[in-house]
Design a protein around this ligand. Structure first.
Ligand code: UD1
Length: 373
């Protein structure tokens, strides 16, 4: 039988796989360390390029992973299966008290599935950070990952108050749900002074408040020329008003090349993907950000920068009702994107933190570790 003192010795195993996970695990690891709680950092290797992984670890002072599964790119089934197969022996050996998964990427679901089957044998529990967000669109791989991870988790840690009703509606018992706020915003507020010291804008030759930022990587936007073309036309129209800086995601780059659309990328200031601090500096200085990323909808709300979301729906509606976000009309067209951009410019910028949902206060990691212990 496990005694309570053996229990506290067992590490908390924290899973990270893809770029948007890294800003969520950084403050959790730091808080575990501050309290003297042992942790085991597992990187699945879903993202592996320097700019998509190592550079962000460096920016956020995240220690080297205790293990990197090195699974790399592949189809959804390949990625999920490879993580599962590689994670199982690691979990058996690490014997953690908790497996903490964050967000909604394939690694999140794969590790939750493995842990759920070994839960009894090892005596570990699963905590999902960012639980309860729903786009109500099962065509999105992330929606499948979110719903199933929430179903498997013992502890559902929610980032905003809209999440709990979603979980209750799916039959999740209320006692498993704990509101902790948005841990990614812990990272943002901690890093903002450092980001403001960078000379990125000067290097790019843009003026604070006088340029737009765009990011695109959702398969629903970039995997077909019929969707990618109108989005790029919309961004090109914006570029006639002000420079549009587009850090190009590898998926978007690959697809634009195969659809013969790279000429359209050239009408924007297309640059390589940025590490965390540079991206924060870029968003912080923007007049408007146009994006299909979930995390950037949240970060722009925290920064007070107007955001136009280039998607049919969002799993983060709180950024519209209590933040600076607006949805471009669907389906995306040049005219619709331009009209949303004009609306966002007219709305103007706010000070960071001026209009934020509750719990987006830089203290979410404290509440997360409280909930674990
Ligand atoms: C994944 C996540 C998505 C998240 C996004 C952030 C899933 C289902 N999707 O999508 O939720 O918003 O990450 O980036 O988990 N590639 C590289 N270097 C890398 C990683 C990928 O060049 O380090 C290239 C590969 O060609 C790969 C493609 O990018 O095939 C797509 O990567 P993948 O991890 O499959 O999906 P993302 O689109 O990044």
């Amino acid at each position: 039988m496990t005694t309570s003192s053996q229990r506290t010795q067992a590490p908390v195993l924290v899973v990270a796989g893809a770029r948007p996970n890294f800003m969520k695990i950084a403050p959790i690891l730091a808080e575990l360390e501050r309290r003297g709680q042992a942790s085991f950092l597992l990187h699945t290797g879903q993202h592996y390029s320097t700019q998509m992984s190592d550079a962000i670890f460096r920016d956020l002072d995240i220690r080297d992973p205790d293990q990197n599964l090195g699974i790399g790119s592949g189809t959804h089934a390949q990625q999920t299966a490879r993580v599962m197969e590689a994670f199982e022996p690691v979990l058996m050996k690490a014997r953690p008290s908790w497996v903490v998964v964050v967000g909604d990427v394939n690694s999140t679901l794969a590790c939750s599935l493995v842990a759920s089957k070994l839960r009894e044998e090892i005596g570990c529990k699963i905590a999902h950070v960012e639980a309860g967000l729903r786009a109500n669109d099962w065509r999105m791989p992330e929606e499948v990952n979110r719903v199933l991870t929430d179903r498997l988790a013992d502890l559902l840690l929610t980032p905003s108050h809209d999440a709990k009703p979603n979980l209750l509606a799916e039959g999740i018992p209320a006692e498993r749900i704990v509101f902790v706020g948005n841990v990614m915003i812990d990272t943002l507020f901690r890093a903002l002074p450092k980001a403001r010291e960078l000379d990125l804008l000067k290097r790019l030759g843009v003026q604070p408040g006088k340029y737009a930022v765009a990011t695109l990587h959702r398969p629903s936007n970039v995997d077909s020329p019929d969707t990618l073309r109108p989005v790029l036309e919309g961004l090109a129209a914006v570029a006639e008003r002000m420079p549009v800086v587009l850090p190009v995601h590898p998926r978007t780059k690959r697809n634009a090349e195969s659809f013969g659309l790279t000429g359209m990328l050239d009408r924007l200031m297309s640059i390589e993907p940025l590490a965390y601090l540079d991206m924060l500096a870029l968003n912080d200085g923007a007049a408007v950000v146009l994006t299909d990323s979930g995390g950037i909808q949240e970060e722009t709300t925290a920064l007070g920068v107007p955001c136009v979301t280039l998607r049919e729906q969002t799993e983060r509606p709180i950024t519209v009702t209590e933040g600076t976000n607006r949805m471009a009309p669907w389906p995306l067209t040049k005219a619709g994107i331009m009209a949303s951009f004009e609306g966002a410019v007219a709305a103007g910028r706010l000070e960071p933190g001026a209009r934020c949902p509750e719990g987006w206060d830089g203290k979410a990691a404290i509440r997360i570790v409280d909930a674990l212990t």
